[in-house]
Design a protein around this ligand. Sequence first.
Ligand code: DSN
Length: 447
Amino acid sequence: MNTPRSTPHDPALATIMRDRRSEHVNGVRMIASENYLHPKDVAAIRDAQDSGFDQYSEGHTPADGKDLQSGRYYQQTAQVDLLELLAKERVATVLAKAAPGEAHVNVHAPSGAVANLAAFLGIMELGEKMVSPDLKDGYGHLSHGANSPSIVGKMFNVRGYVADPQTLRLDYDAIARLVEEHKPRVLLAGGSSYPRDIDWAKIVEIARAHNAITMADISHPAGPIAAGIMNDPYAAGVDVIMTTTHKTLRGAKGAVLLWRESLAQRLKSEGRKGMDFAEFPGLLGGAYNPAIAAHASTFLRAQSREFREEQERTLRYAKMLAAELKKRGWNVVTDGTDNHIVLTDITKTAKFGGKHDSWSAAFALESVGIYANKNAVPHSPGTAVRPAGLRFGTQAVSALGVGETEMRELAGMIDETLLLGAKDAKIGKIRGRVHEMAYAFPAPTYT
Ligand code: DSN
Protein backbone atom coordinates (compact mmCIF):
# COMPACT_ATOMS: atom_id res chain seq x y z
CA MET A 1 0.00 0.00 0.00
CA ASN A 2 1.47 3.35 -0.99
CA THR A 3 1.77 6.27 1.37
CA PRO A 4 -1.18 8.55 0.65
CA ARG A 5 -0.03 11.45 -1.48
CA SER A 6 -1.41 14.15 0.78
CA THR A 7 0.55 13.52 3.97
CA PRO A 8 4.15 12.50 3.10
CA HIS A 9 5.35 15.46 5.19
CA ASP A 10 3.81 13.94 8.31
CA PRO A 11 4.82 10.29 8.77
CA ALA A 12 2.65 9.77 11.87
CA LEU A 13 -0.45 10.93 10.05
CA ALA A 14 0.55 9.10 6.88
CA THR A 15 0.88 5.80 8.76
CA ILE A 16 -2.63 6.11 10.16
CA MET A 17 -3.95 6.96 6.69
CA ARG A 18 -2.16 4.03 5.09
CA ASP A 19 -3.41 1.52 7.66
CA ARG A 20 -6.92 2.85 7.49
CA ARG A 21 -6.91 2.71 3.71
CA SER A 22 -5.76 -0.87 3.81
CA GLU A 23 -8.57 -1.78 6.22
CA HIS A 24 -11.03 0.11 4.04
CA VAL A 25 -10.12 -1.49 0.72
CA ASN A 26 -9.87 -4.99 2.17
CA GLY A 27 -13.36 -5.09 3.60
CA VAL A 28 -16.98 -4.47 2.76
CA ARG A 29 -19.14 -1.84 4.42
CA MET A 30 -22.48 -3.18 5.52
CA ILE A 31 -23.25 -0.65 8.24
CA ALA A 32 -26.60 0.94 7.42
CA SER A 33 -25.42 4.48 8.15
CA GLU A 34 -22.24 4.33 6.04
CA ASN A 35 -21.52 4.62 2.38
CA TYR A 36 -18.71 5.32 -0.08
CA LEU A 37 -18.69 9.07 -0.72
CA HIS A 38 -19.47 9.65 -4.38
CA PRO A 39 -16.41 10.81 -6.42
CA LYS A 40 -18.45 13.70 -7.90
CA ASP A 41 -19.20 14.99 -4.40
CA VAL A 42 -15.55 14.62 -3.41
CA ALA A 43 -14.65 16.70 -6.47
CA ALA A 44 -17.13 19.35 -5.32
CA ILE A 45 -15.60 19.45 -1.83
CA ARG A 46 -12.09 19.70 -3.24
CA ASP A 47 -13.04 22.37 -5.77
CA ALA A 48 -14.71 24.40 -3.04
CA GLN A 49 -11.68 23.99 -0.81
CA ASP A 50 -9.30 24.99 -3.60
CA SER A 51 -11.51 27.96 -4.51
CA GLY A 52 -11.27 29.40 -1.01
CA PHE A 53 -14.72 28.51 0.27
CA ASP A 54 -13.31 27.35 3.60
CA GLN A 55 -14.12 30.69 5.14
CA TYR A 56 -16.58 32.06 7.66
CA SER A 57 -19.85 33.22 6.20
CA GLU A 58 -22.20 33.45 9.18
CA GLY A 59 -25.68 34.40 8.17
CA HIS A 60 -28.11 33.29 5.53
CA THR A 61 -28.80 33.64 1.81
CA PRO A 62 -30.64 36.85 0.87
CA ALA A 63 -34.37 36.78 1.64
CA ASP A 64 -35.17 37.88 -1.94
CA GLY A 65 -32.62 35.45 -3.40
CA LYS A 66 -30.88 38.38 -5.17
CA ASP A 67 -29.36 40.99 -2.87
CA LEU A 68 -26.09 39.08 -2.35
CA GLN A 69 -24.28 39.44 0.99
CA SER A 70 -27.28 41.22 2.52
CA GLY A 71 -27.75 38.39 5.02
CA ARG A 72 -24.06 37.91 5.92
CA TYR A 73 -21.71 39.28 8.54
CA TYR A 74 -18.61 38.78 6.41
CA GLN A 75 -17.49 40.31 3.15
CA GLN A 76 -16.42 38.16 0.20
CA THR A 77 -19.55 36.09 0.61
CA ALA A 78 -21.39 36.80 -2.67
CA GLN A 79 -20.22 33.47 -4.12
CA VAL A 80 -21.08 31.75 -0.85
CA ASP A 81 -24.63 33.03 -1.34
CA LEU A 82 -24.71 31.73 -4.90
CA LEU A 83 -23.31 28.35 -3.83
CA GLU A 84 -25.82 28.03 -1.03
CA LEU A 85 -28.75 29.16 -3.19
CA LEU A 86 -27.81 26.48 -5.72
CA ALA A 87 -27.66 23.78 -3.03
CA LYS A 88 -30.98 24.90 -1.52
CA GLU A 89 -32.74 24.96 -4.87
CA ARG A 90 -31.58 21.40 -5.63
CA VAL A 91 -32.53 20.10 -2.17
CA ALA A 92 -36.01 21.57 -2.69
CA THR A 93 -36.28 20.07 -6.17
CA VAL A 94 -35.47 16.61 -4.82
CA LEU A 95 -37.32 16.58 -1.49
CA ALA A 96 -40.32 18.74 -2.42
CA LYS A 97 -40.66 17.56 -6.01
CA ALA A 98 -44.12 18.83 -6.80
CA ALA A 99 -43.64 22.30 -5.37
CA PRO A 100 -39.98 23.14 -4.74
CA GLY A 101 -40.78 26.86 -4.78
CA GLU A 102 -42.95 26.45 -1.69
CA ALA A 103 -40.19 24.92 0.43
CA HIS A 104 -37.61 26.53 2.69
CA VAL A 105 -34.22 24.87 3.06
CA ASN A 106 -31.29 25.12 5.45
CA VAL A 107 -28.04 23.37 4.49
CA HIS A 108 -25.73 24.41 7.34
CA ALA A 109 -25.85 21.60 9.90
CA PRO A 110 -22.81 19.35 10.27
CA SER A 111 -24.93 16.41 11.47
CA GLY A 112 -28.47 15.14 11.81
CA ALA A 113 -28.56 15.66 15.57
CA VAL A 114 -27.69 19.34 15.15
CA ALA A 115 -30.24 19.79 12.34
CA ASN A 116 -32.91 18.14 14.49
CA LEU A 117 -32.07 20.43 17.40
CA ALA A 118 -32.23 23.51 15.13
CA ALA A 119 -35.65 22.38 13.94
CA PHE A 120 -36.93 21.78 17.49
CA LEU A 121 -35.63 25.17 18.66
CA GLY A 122 -37.19 26.87 15.66
CA ILE A 123 -40.58 25.32 16.26
CA MET A 124 -40.80 24.98 20.04
CA GLU A 125 -40.12 27.06 23.13
CA LEU A 126 -38.21 25.25 25.87
CA GLY A 127 -40.53 22.89 27.73
CA GLU A 128 -43.02 22.45 24.90
CA LYS A 129 -44.19 18.98 24.05
CA MET A 130 -43.11 16.49 21.43
CA VAL A 131 -43.96 12.87 20.64
CA SER A 132 -41.16 10.88 18.98
CA PRO A 133 -39.78 7.33 18.73
CA ASP A 134 -38.68 6.00 22.11
CA LEU A 135 -34.94 5.33 22.10
CA LYS A 136 -35.38 2.00 23.86
CA ASP A 137 -36.82 0.56 20.62
CA GLY A 138 -33.65 1.56 18.81
CA TYR A 139 -35.72 2.67 15.82
CA GLY A 140 -35.46 6.39 16.47
CA HIS A 141 -32.41 8.43 17.35
CA LEU A 142 -30.71 9.89 20.41
CA SER A 143 -31.54 13.37 19.19
CA HIS A 144 -35.29 12.64 19.20
CA GLY A 145 -35.13 13.01 22.97
CA ALA A 146 -37.51 10.28 24.20
CA ASN A 147 -35.88 8.18 26.92
CA SER A 148 -32.57 9.45 25.67
CA PRO A 149 -29.52 11.00 27.34
CA SER A 150 -29.56 13.73 24.69
CA ILE A 151 -30.08 17.34 25.81
CA VAL A 152 -33.29 17.33 23.73
CA GLY A 153 -35.11 15.32 26.42
CA LYS A 154 -34.15 17.92 29.01
CA MET A 155 -35.07 20.91 26.87
CA PHE A 156 -38.50 19.70 25.76
CA ASN A 157 -41.27 17.62 27.26
CA VAL A 158 -40.88 14.49 25.11
CA ARG A 159 -42.91 11.29 25.22
CA GLY A 160 -41.83 8.25 23.20
CA TYR A 161 -43.86 5.68 21.30
CA VAL A 162 -42.79 2.06 20.91
CA ALA A 163 -43.36 -0.52 18.20
CA ASP A 164 -46.13 -3.11 18.28
CA PRO A 165 -44.77 -5.97 20.46
CA GLN A 166 -45.95 -8.66 18.03
CA THR A 167 -45.10 -7.28 14.61
CA LEU A 168 -42.34 -4.89 15.77
CA ARG A 169 -43.78 -2.41 13.26
CA LEU A 170 -44.92 1.11 14.05
CA ASP A 171 -48.24 1.01 15.86
CA TYR A 172 -50.12 3.97 14.39
CA ASP A 173 -53.06 3.51 16.78
CA ALA A 174 -50.72 3.68 19.76
CA ILE A 175 -49.08 6.79 18.30
CA ALA A 176 -52.53 8.36 17.86
CA ARG A 177 -53.44 7.55 21.47
CA LEU A 178 -50.20 9.07 22.75
CA VAL A 179 -50.73 12.20 20.67
CA GLU A 180 -54.30 12.46 21.98
CA GLU A 181 -53.06 12.15 25.56
CA HIS A 182 -49.89 14.27 25.40
CA LYS A 183 -51.12 16.92 22.94
CA PRO A 184 -47.67 17.65 21.56
CA ARG A 185 -46.67 20.60 19.43
CA VAL A 186 -44.51 18.26 17.31
CA LEU A 187 -45.02 14.67 16.17
CA LEU A 188 -41.83 13.15 14.80
CA ALA A 189 -41.32 9.89 12.92
CA GLY A 190 -38.30 8.28 11.29
CA GLY A 191 -34.87 7.38 12.55
CA SER A 192 -32.01 4.96 12.47
CA SER A 193 -33.03 1.35 12.19
CA TYR A 194 -36.70 0.97 11.30
CA PRO A 195 -36.57 -1.48 8.36
CA ARG A 196 -40.04 -0.68 7.06
CA ASP A 197 -41.61 2.13 5.11
CA ILE A 198 -43.58 4.74 7.03
CA ASP A 199 -47.15 5.72 6.30
CA TRP A 200 -46.50 9.45 6.29
CA ALA A 201 -50.08 10.28 5.39
CA LYS A 202 -51.16 8.50 8.58
CA ILE A 203 -48.62 10.45 10.64
CA VAL A 204 -49.94 13.70 9.14
CA GLU A 205 -53.54 12.68 9.83
CA ILE A 206 -52.75 11.87 13.48
CA ALA A 207 -50.93 15.16 13.98
CA ARG A 208 -53.48 17.32 12.20
CA ALA A 209 -56.27 16.09 14.46
CA HIS A 210 -54.45 17.97 17.24
CA ASN A 211 -52.93 20.79 15.21
CA ALA A 212 -49.47 19.30 15.81
CA ILE A 213 -46.56 19.97 13.48
CA THR A 214 -45.17 16.88 11.71
CA MET A 215 -41.52 16.16 11.30
CA ALA A 216 -39.86 13.38 9.28
CA ASP A 217 -36.31 12.27 10.04
CA ILE A 218 -35.46 10.49 6.78
CA SER A 219 -31.70 10.32 7.39
CA HIS A 220 -31.67 6.64 6.43
CA PRO A 221 -34.17 6.23 3.56
CA ALA A 222 -33.50 9.66 1.98
CA GLY A 223 -31.96 8.00 -1.10
CA PRO A 224 -34.91 5.76 -1.97
CA ILE A 225 -37.34 8.56 -1.10
CA ALA A 226 -35.44 10.95 -3.37
CA ALA A 227 -35.54 8.30 -6.09
CA GLY A 228 -39.31 8.01 -5.71
CA ILE A 229 -39.29 4.37 -4.64
CA MET A 230 -40.41 4.79 -1.02
CA ASN A 231 -43.26 6.79 0.52
CA ASP A 232 -42.63 10.51 0.16
CA PRO A 233 -43.20 12.53 3.36
CA TYR A 234 -43.43 15.88 1.55
CA ALA A 235 -46.12 14.61 -0.82
CA ALA A 236 -47.98 13.27 2.22
CA GLY A 237 -48.04 16.73 3.79
CA VAL A 238 -45.28 16.47 6.43
CA ASP A 239 -44.24 19.96 7.62
CA VAL A 240 -40.51 19.51 8.25
CA ILE A 241 -38.07 17.04 6.73
CA MET A 242 -34.59 16.44 8.05
CA THR A 243 -32.04 14.22 6.40
CA THR A 244 -28.39 13.57 6.76
CA THR A 245 -26.54 13.62 3.46
CA HIS A 246 -24.03 10.78 3.80
CA LYS A 247 -26.05 7.59 4.17
CA THR A 248 -28.14 6.35 1.23
CA LEU A 249 -27.51 9.73 -0.48
CA ARG A 250 -23.70 9.10 -0.60
CA GLY A 251 -22.86 12.77 -0.05
CA ALA A 252 -20.57 14.62 2.33
CA LYS A 253 -21.22 14.32 6.04
CA GLY A 254 -23.84 16.84 7.02
CA ALA A 255 -27.58 17.39 7.15
CA VAL A 256 -30.28 19.49 5.53
CA LEU A 257 -33.64 20.75 6.72
CA LEU A 258 -36.64 21.49 4.55
CA TRP A 259 -39.95 22.95 5.66
CA ARG A 260 -43.15 24.12 4.04
CA GLU A 261 -44.11 27.72 3.42
CA SER A 262 -47.33 27.04 5.37
CA LEU A 263 -45.24 26.19 8.45
CA ALA A 264 -43.09 29.29 7.96
CA GLN A 265 -46.30 31.36 7.92
CA ARG A 266 -47.64 29.61 11.00
CA LEU A 267 -44.43 30.21 12.96
CA LYS A 268 -44.43 33.86 11.90
CA SER A 269 -48.04 34.37 12.95
CA GLU A 270 -47.18 32.83 16.33
CA GLY A 271 -44.30 35.27 16.75
CA ARG A 272 -41.64 32.55 16.54
CA LYS A 273 -38.34 33.21 14.85
CA GLY A 274 -38.21 29.88 13.01
CA MET A 275 -35.59 27.36 12.01
CA ASP A 276 -33.06 29.52 10.16
CA PHE A 277 -32.79 31.82 13.17
CA ALA A 278 -32.57 28.83 15.51
CA GLU A 279 -29.67 27.47 13.44
CA PHE A 280 -27.85 30.83 13.18
CA PRO A 281 -27.43 32.78 15.40
CA GLY A 282 -29.12 30.36 17.77
CA LEU A 283 -26.96 27.30 17.57
CA LEU A 284 -24.11 27.27 15.06
CA GLY A 285 -21.36 29.58 13.96
CA GLY A 286 -19.89 29.14 10.51
CA ALA A 287 -21.07 26.34 8.27
CA TYR A 288 -18.46 24.33 6.35
CA ASN A 289 -19.00 25.68 2.84
CA PRO A 290 -17.17 22.85 0.98
CA ALA A 291 -19.80 20.46 2.43
CA ILE A 292 -22.48 22.77 1.03
CA ALA A 293 -20.81 22.46 -2.39
CA ALA A 294 -21.01 18.69 -1.97
CA HIS A 295 -24.70 18.96 -1.05
CA ALA A 296 -25.28 20.86 -4.32
CA SER A 297 -23.58 18.00 -6.14
CA THR A 298 -25.43 15.29 -4.17
CA PHE A 299 -28.86 16.72 -4.87
CA LEU A 300 -28.05 17.08 -8.57
CA ARG A 301 -26.91 13.44 -8.70
CA ALA A 302 -30.12 12.50 -6.88
CA GLN A 303 -32.04 13.55 -9.99
CA SER A 304 -30.18 11.13 -12.27
CA ARG A 305 -31.13 7.73 -13.61
CA GLU A 306 -27.88 6.27 -12.25
CA PHE A 307 -28.91 7.39 -8.76
CA ARG A 308 -32.32 5.79 -9.07
CA GLU A 309 -30.78 2.52 -10.26
CA GLU A 310 -28.38 2.50 -7.32
CA GLN A 311 -31.29 3.00 -4.90
CA GLU A 312 -33.33 0.28 -6.58
CA ARG A 313 -30.37 -2.09 -6.32
CA THR A 314 -29.94 -1.17 -2.66
CA LEU A 315 -33.53 -2.09 -1.84
CA ARG A 316 -33.41 -5.27 -3.90
CA TYR A 317 -30.21 -6.36 -2.14
CA ALA A 318 -31.67 -5.64 1.29
CA LYS A 319 -34.63 -7.91 0.48
CA MET A 320 -32.21 -10.57 -0.78
CA LEU A 321 -30.07 -10.32 2.36
CA ALA A 322 -33.13 -10.53 4.63
CA ALA A 323 -34.43 -13.56 2.71
CA GLU A 324 -31.05 -15.33 2.72
CA LEU A 325 -30.56 -14.80 6.46
CA LYS A 326 -34.12 -15.91 7.21
CA LYS A 327 -33.57 -19.04 5.11
CA ARG A 328 -30.56 -19.78 7.30
CA GLY A 329 -32.63 -19.45 10.48
CA TRP A 330 -31.84 -15.89 11.48
CA ASN A 331 -34.35 -13.79 13.36
CA VAL A 332 -34.95 -10.86 10.98
CA VAL A 333 -36.79 -8.03 12.71
CA THR A 334 -40.26 -7.44 11.18
CA ASP A 335 -39.57 -10.47 9.03
CA GLY A 336 -38.05 -8.48 6.19
CA THR A 337 -37.37 -4.97 4.98
CA ASP A 338 -38.77 -2.21 2.76
CA ASN A 339 -35.60 -0.12 2.74
CA HIS A 340 -31.82 -0.61 2.88
CA ILE A 341 -31.80 -1.86 6.49
CA VAL A 342 -31.79 -5.47 7.61
CA LEU A 343 -32.10 -5.59 11.38
CA THR A 344 -31.48 -8.97 12.99
CA ASP A 345 -31.93 -10.16 16.55
CA ILE A 346 -28.90 -12.21 17.55
CA THR A 347 -30.36 -13.17 20.92
CA LYS A 348 -33.41 -14.67 19.20
CA THR A 349 -31.48 -16.51 16.50
CA ALA A 350 -31.56 -19.97 18.03
CA LYS A 351 -28.79 -21.49 15.90
CA PHE A 352 -26.18 -19.37 17.69
CA GLY A 353 -27.36 -21.01 20.91
CA GLY A 354 -26.16 -18.18 23.10
CA LYS A 355 -22.67 -18.40 21.53
CA HIS A 356 -22.98 -14.84 20.22
CA ASP A 357 -24.32 -11.55 21.40
CA SER A 358 -24.31 -8.45 19.21
CA TRP A 359 -20.78 -7.52 20.30
CA SER A 360 -19.11 -10.82 19.63
CA ALA A 361 -21.04 -11.13 16.34
CA ALA A 362 -19.96 -7.66 15.12
CA PHE A 363 -16.32 -8.36 16.02
CA ALA A 364 -16.38 -11.79 14.40
CA LEU A 365 -17.66 -10.23 11.16
CA GLU A 366 -15.05 -7.48 11.36
CA SER A 367 -12.37 -10.17 11.59
CA VAL A 368 -13.29 -11.30 8.07
CA GLY A 369 -13.74 -7.76 6.71
CA ILE A 370 -17.52 -7.44 6.87
CA TYR A 371 -18.61 -4.40 8.83
CA ALA A 372 -22.01 -4.30 10.57
CA ASN A 373 -23.10 -2.62 13.79
CA LYS A 374 -24.71 -3.41 17.10
CA ASN A 375 -28.23 -2.10 17.44
CA ALA A 376 -31.17 -2.24 19.83
CA VAL A 377 -34.23 -4.26 18.85
CA PRO A 378 -37.72 -3.37 20.12
CA HIS A 379 -39.07 -5.55 22.91
CA SER A 380 -35.85 -7.56 23.09
CA PRO A 381 -33.47 -7.83 26.03
CA GLY A 382 -30.30 -5.83 26.11
CA THR A 383 -29.16 -2.34 26.88
CA ALA A 384 -28.23 0.59 24.68
CA VAL A 385 -24.56 -0.41 24.94
CA ARG A 386 -25.15 -4.20 24.80
CA PRO A 387 -28.13 -4.47 22.51
CA ALA A 388 -29.72 -7.62 21.10
CA GLY A 389 -29.40 -6.81 17.43
CA LEU A 390 -27.02 -6.56 14.54
CA ARG A 391 -27.89 -4.03 11.84
CA PHE A 392 -26.87 -4.36 8.19
CA GLY A 393 -27.34 -1.97 5.27
CA THR A 394 -26.96 -2.66 1.55
CA GLN A 395 -26.48 0.88 0.23
CA ALA A 396 -22.66 0.73 0.29
CA VAL A 397 -22.38 -2.62 -1.50
CA SER A 398 -24.87 -1.30 -4.02
CA ALA A 399 -22.65 1.77 -4.49
CA LEU A 400 -19.68 -0.52 -5.18
CA GLY A 401 -21.69 -2.27 -7.88
CA VAL A 402 -21.52 -5.69 -6.24
CA GLY A 403 -23.59 -8.22 -8.20
CA GLU A 404 -26.52 -10.36 -7.06
CA THR A 405 -24.34 -13.48 -6.87
CA GLU A 406 -21.88 -11.73 -4.59
CA MET A 407 -24.73 -10.34 -2.51
CA ARG A 408 -25.98 -13.87 -1.84
CA GLU A 409 -22.44 -15.00 -1.18
CA LEU A 410 -22.01 -12.21 1.38
CA ALA A 411 -25.14 -13.38 3.18
CA GLY A 412 -23.74 -16.91 3.29
CA MET A 413 -20.38 -15.70 4.59
CA ILE A 414 -22.07 -13.63 7.32
CA ASP A 415 -23.90 -16.73 8.50
CA GLU A 416 -20.93 -19.07 8.25
CA THR A 417 -18.59 -16.68 10.06
CA LEU A 418 -20.86 -16.57 13.07
CA LEU A 419 -21.20 -20.33 13.15
CA LEU A 420 -17.46 -20.99 13.01
CA GLY A 421 -15.12 -20.42 15.91
CA ALA A 422 -12.55 -17.64 15.54
CA LYS A 423 -9.75 -20.24 15.25
CA ASP A 424 -11.43 -22.35 12.58
CA ALA A 425 -9.28 -22.59 9.46
CA LYS A 426 -12.30 -21.76 7.31
CA ILE A 427 -12.36 -18.24 8.79
CA GLY A 428 -9.16 -17.47 6.89
CA LYS A 429 -10.79 -18.68 3.68
CA ILE A 430 -13.78 -16.42 4.22
CA ARG A 431 -11.51 -13.48 4.94
CA GLY A 432 -9.67 -14.21 1.70
CA ARG A 433 -12.90 -14.32 -0.28
CA VAL A 434 -14.10 -11.02 1.24
CA HIS A 435 -10.76 -9.43 0.31
CA GLU A 436 -11.09 -10.78 -3.21
CA MET A 437 -14.55 -9.31 -3.49
CA ALA A 438 -13.35 -5.98 -2.12
CA TYR A 439 -10.63 -5.92 -4.80
CA ALA A 440 -13.11 -6.85 -7.53
CA PHE A 441 -15.46 -4.04 -6.47
CA PRO A 442 -13.02 -1.45 -5.15
CA ALA A 443 -13.83 1.46 -2.88
CA PRO A 444 -13.34 4.79 -4.71
CA THR A 445 -9.85 6.24 -4.38
CA TYR A 446 -10.54 9.95 -5.13
CA THR A 447 -7.07 10.63 -6.51
N1 DSN B 1 -25.08 6.69 13.74
C1 DSN B 1 -26.14 7.03 12.83
C2 DSN B 1 -27.01 5.87 12.55
O1 DSN B 1 -26.63 4.78 12.83
O2 DSN B 1 -28.07 6.04 12.03
C3 DSN B 1 -26.94 8.19 13.28
O3 DSN B 1 -26.47 8.78 14.40
